[in-house]
Ligand binder design. Structure first.
Ligand code: SF4
Length: 278
């Protein structure tokens, strides 16, 4: 079996940075908490938890004066306020690209713009962004919702996007909103790491008989890579090599491997070695 790996796959700049910051802190601290799973990768989170990191869902679960890690997805302003009121030491691993969105949203909200976020309202990054505009953002996730959006053209609108949305979706929604709204400012905040991984996966899917996408089941960018590849070729989405069906894979000659931005190298390498052994 020939194994081809996508030109861009695995940890992006923001996740790599967050992992390094978290690793350094966990090594030297006893009581250290992560507000939500550190990244959307179960295996990587389990490694950190083994080293003592405690994952909690709410800041209320953390005792005063302890350390808390803010994930690369970022959080809303009120979480910082709550953490400060409990005198927590904040290890802020928010990706700088996400921080930039918080700043845009805050600035335009202050100028009385209606904020539109293109993304998934349940994704932690979007929940965080919404919190920088008093939780009053209009959140739309697809073309249908953009078409059906009711607009008040006496108001000003500002658009940002979740960093991991598909760039084609962003462009199509932009076109729809432009045709409906007279006073609108667009901020393309789709992260280039996302686009690079999506482009590389698309390219790979045209060159192979089957694609294996490696990444967390809850990782939105991993699921999008799987969706892009499956439009061209048979695609399997897995978290670890243990989910691969050796007999099924024997049917194919050339297999492509790609991975979401929150997939650690060691998991990708295990998958590649397994495939090469077939
Ligand atoms: S995908 Fe982009 S925005 Fe998200 S963490 Fe990675 S570098 Fe940052």
């Amino acid at each position: 079996m020939i194994v081809k790996v996508a030109k861009k796959a695995g940890f992006c700049f923001g996740v790599k940075r967050a992992m390094q910051m978290a690793f350094d802190e966990v090594k030297k601290s006893d009581d250290i908490y992560s507000l939500g799973p550190l990244i959307h990768n179960k295996q990587a989170v389990e490694r950190f938890e083994k080293d003592g990191l405690l994952t909690v869902d709410s800041i209320d679960e953390i005792k005063d004066n302890k350390k808390v890690i803010i994930r690369s997805h970022g959080v809303s302003k009120n979480i910082y306020d709550l953490a400060n009121s409990k005198n927590l030491k904040i290890i802020d691993t928010t990706c700088p690209f996400v921080t930039k969105i918080h700043e845009i949203v805050r600035k335009f909200k202050e100028q009385n713009y209606e904020i539109i976020v293109l993304g998934d309202k349940n994704h932690p990054e979007v929940v965080g962004i919404n919190g920088w505009a008093d939780n009053e953002c209009i959140i739309i996730k697809n073309l249908e919702e953009a078409k059906n959006l009711s607009i008040d053209n006496s108001k000003k609108y500002c658009v940002v996007s979740q960093t991991t949305i598909n760039i084609d979706t962003y462009e199509k929604i932009k076109e729809i909103l432009q045709s409906k709204i007279s006073n609108i400012v667009f901020n393309n905040t789709v992260c280039s790491a996302t686009k690079e991984r999506q482009d590389a996966s698309k390219e790979l899917s045209n060159e192979v008989d089957v694609v294996v996408v490696v990444g967390g089941k809850h990782s939105s960018n991993t699921q999008k890579l799987a969706q892009i590849c499956s439009e061209n070729v048979k695609t399997f989405c897995i978290e670890t090599k243990d989910e691969l069906d050796k007999e099924e894979l024997k049917k194919y000659k050339v297999v492509g491997v790609t991975a979401g931005a929150s997939t650690p190298d060691w998991i990708i390498e295990e998958v590649i070695s397994f495939l090469e052994s077939i």
